[in-house]
Design a protein around this ligand. Structure first.
Ligand code: SF4
Ligand code: SF4
Length: 699
């Protein structure tokens, strides 16, 4: 072709790309430090499964197939682009390795032709979604259409170049034929075989230069578009958080040392870690997160996609000042940020930009989150939300003292009486009256500590779950005890509401108590307690085997220590708790338990397991009013469950129980019972607690 033009084209476009890349790199480095290099083996494994094999895209039939075709095609066609660049200098170059009529050369050219067609088809599928179906979750922008158009033209240009080149090289006296190793190119050659040499030369050159130019234009567009994910998605998957999904990082470490020095929580964009900034870069704006978000789906202001996009836009708008501040070149070498507590903010170097909260993110957005993780479970590139939202709540609560009024009551109750309702601590074990449940002080050799939790201790409805569980454990001969008045809230609602110091107070007090009794194994009926005890108390010196009662009771049934023999005729729909399912992958035990009960017909709602909708209680929502929207989250969830026409809505979480009981009442469907799995099991095992009337087939 033309070595001078190719050399100029490569030098200019790669130069501009390197400059753009450095801009993005410097902006990334504005973020606070974070360690994401541990456990490389696990990271490689996950990168293979989620980035290369694109496991999460299998949830979307056609979009999933189309995305895989494009992704794999880009991998294969990377070599093709290098070959074409080299042909700018040496016309027949095949990078030595891919010479025609060698095994590697033939296999590669076959693969290349297959993927050229597949990439084109994939791009057409996405064009169809954008232009015809107009999926609401997708951002409406011409950028996406232009990029897809570029991809289609690149593929057509490649085949055109191959076809014209083949005809030119076959010689005037010979006919081109179908070549199994170059199917697309040879079909194009057959179509062009009657064209004149001038036309063929023009088409070969046009195909070649269009293809290579578009590759280089495409490369330079990436850092400035949502398609930057083509570069950042694989690193983002590799660098994902390997901690348990339910663990929030402490602000303050165990020695009381602040992890972030400037403020408690996040108020300005450079307090996010570099990995969070990589998350912002990587968002493809596909909207799958918002599609699953219970807040978004019930008309609240929160849309996780827009949360990320707004922060990304803000980051880009303030690039210059942030990078200057980081490098100490903003006039006086400072990189701190002063704030007037909302709205405009200034650093000492005179760089002006808005505070994140109020200025970029409405506080109502932050308070609408139930921390359900539906967004994170759905995101194909592993962008996280709960950590960012809680970090911003921490700033609001601990620095500004701004939070919904109702949370004040919960915080006060927690501070004075160690439970969010403010009930007296010495009434904590009243739920067990008449059951002869020992305190651990009386039975220090107990094999199991039954961690009851605040709701099952004080809430009249949830107390029945605690009683049922205790009765079942006694029937199975489990040597267990409770802490009674020594138990305090785990601190989960305080932590998710942003009150990290209050959480820390509980974590330290409870671990001291538990360690004082040398507790090894804990059973709890509350998924929030489960999550906190299992995944978060380790940061405070508490290391226990924590078992949720769904696993514990299912094991007792499997081992024959509990025998569900009495039929309980009921059509039961099970509601997945977010903190049990999406947080801890416990989907089967509660279902196994329900299936072990004779007479039970278990049905599934459409929105089930990791796509089950939140009940609306998590993230401290239980203790505050919902933000205004079109509908309450628990009512939407109740509707979904009622579509299965059940007699019983079963759950395994006291918070879900409260929300669904209210949801059923709101729908005038009190004819449908709301029962914990332990209550269901107790009905079948035989002996029943006084307040849980059996409805067995024999009665
Ligand atoms: S955690 Fe749940 S409520 Fe919060 S943004 Fe994600 S999907 Fe929405
Ligand atoms: S955060 Fe993930 S799921 Fe949501 S729009 Fe961005 S890429 Fe899509």
């Amino acid at each position: 072709m033309n070595p001078i033009i190719m050399a100029l084209l490569l030098a200019v476009s790669l130069g501009i790309f390197a400059w753009s890349f450095m801009r993005r790199w410097k902006l990334l480095m504005v973020g606070s430090p974070e360690m994401r290099w541990d456990n490389v083996g696990e990271r490689i494994k996950r990168t293979w499964v989620y980035a290369f094999a694109q496991k999460r895209m299998t949830r979307y039939t056609w979009a999933g197939v189309a995305h895989r075709m494009i992704f794999t095609g880009f991998m294969v066609l990377l070599i093709r682009s290098l070959i074409l660049f080299s042909r700018g200098f040496i016309p027949d170059s095949s990078l030595l390795l891919f010479q025609p009529h060698t095994l590697l050369g033939d296999v590669y050219s076959l693969l290349k032709d297959i993927f050229v067609v597949l990439v084109m088809l994939g791009a057409i599928v996405f064009l169809y979604y954008r232009l015809v179906v107009k999926l609401p979750r997708m951002t409406k922008s011409t950028e996406g259409v232009i990029i897809l158009g570029i991809i289609v033209v690149m593929m057509v240009a490649d085949v055109l170049y191959d076809g014209a080149w083949m005809v030119l090289h076959v010689g005037a006296d010979a006919n081109v034929g179908f070549n199994v190793w170059e199917p697309a190119g040879s079909v194009m050659a057959l179509m062009l075989q009657n064209a004149g040499t001038g036309m063929l030369t023009f088409l070969a050159h046009a195909g070649f230069w269009i293809h290579v130019s578009l590759v280089l234009i495409f490369l330079n567009v990436l850092p400035y578009s949502k398609h930057f994910h083509i570069i950042t998605a694989i690193p983002n998957v590799f660098l994902q958080d390997l901690n348990p999904k339910g663990r929030l990082a402490p602000i303050v470490d165990i020695e009381g040392k602040l992890e972030r020095e400037e403020t408690l929580g996040i108020k300005s964009i450079n307090q996010f870690s570099w990995k969070s900034i990589l998350d912002f870069y990587t968002c493809t704006e596909c909207g799958r997160c918002s599609d699953q978000c219970p807040a978004n789906n019930t008309g609240k202001k929160l849309s996780p996609k827009h949360f990320t996009v707004d922060l990304r836009n803000f980051l880009y708008e303030n690039e210059k000042g942030l990078v200057a501040g980081k490098n100490g070149t903003n006039g006086n070498g400072t990189n701190g940020h002063g704030s007037n507590g909302g709205g405009e903010s200034t650093d000492e170097g005179g760089i002006h930009y808005k505070d994140l909260i109020d200025g970029v993110i409405d506080p109502e957005v932050l308070w609408a989150c139930t921390t359900c993780r539906a967004c994170e479970t759905e995101c194909p590139v592993f962008i996280t939300y709960v950590d960012k939202i809680v970090d911003m709540r921490r700033y609001l609560v601990q620095e500004r003292g701004e939070f919904p009024n109702e949370l004040q009551t919960a915080f006060r109750g927690l501070e004075s009486n160690m439970n969010p309702w403010g009930f007296a601590p010495d009434e904590r074990a009243n739920w067990a009256s008449g059951l002869d449940v020992p305190l651990i002080a009386e039975n220090p050799e107990a094999d199991v500590l039954f961690w009851v939790g605040c709701a099952p201790s004080y809430d009249d409805r949830a107390k029945k779950t605690a009683r049922a569980t205790a009765i079942l454990m006694k029937q199975a001969g489990v040597n267990f005890a409770i802490l009674g008045p020594e138990e305090q809230c785990t601190g989960d609602p305080a932590r998710r509401a942003g009150n990290e110091f209050l959480f820390q107070m509980f974590a330290e007090a409870n671990t001291e108590t538990l360690n004082g009794y040398n507790v090894k194994k804990i059973v709890t009926t509350c998924p929030h307690c489960y999550n906190t005890l299992d995944h978060e108390y380790g940061d405070y010196g508490g290391h226990y085997e924590v078992v949720h009662h769904s696993d514990f009771l299912a094991d007792l049934v499997r081992s024959g220590k509990l025998k569900p023999t009495q039929p309980v005729k009921a059509k039961v729909v099970y509601h997945d708790s977010c903190y049990l399912g999406r947080y801890n992958d416990m989907y089967d035990s509660p279902r196994d338990l329900l299936r072990s009960i004779p007479g039970v017909t278990l049905v599934e709602p459409v929105e089930t397991r990791d796509r089950g909708m939140c009940c609306g209680a998590g993230g401290a929502q239980m203790f505050k009013e919902e933000e205004s929207g079109e509908e309450r989250v628990n009512e939407r969830r109740t509707e979904q469950l009622l579509k299965t026409d059940p007699n019983v809505v079963s759950s395994a979480c006291p918070f879900c129980m409260r929300m669904l009981t209210d949801g059923l009442a709101g729908k005038d469907r009190e004819d449908v019972e709301q029962l914990d799995i332990a209550e269901m099991l107790l009905r079948s095992v035989g002996e029943t607690p006084n307040e849980a009337t059996p409805e067995t087939a024999s009665t």
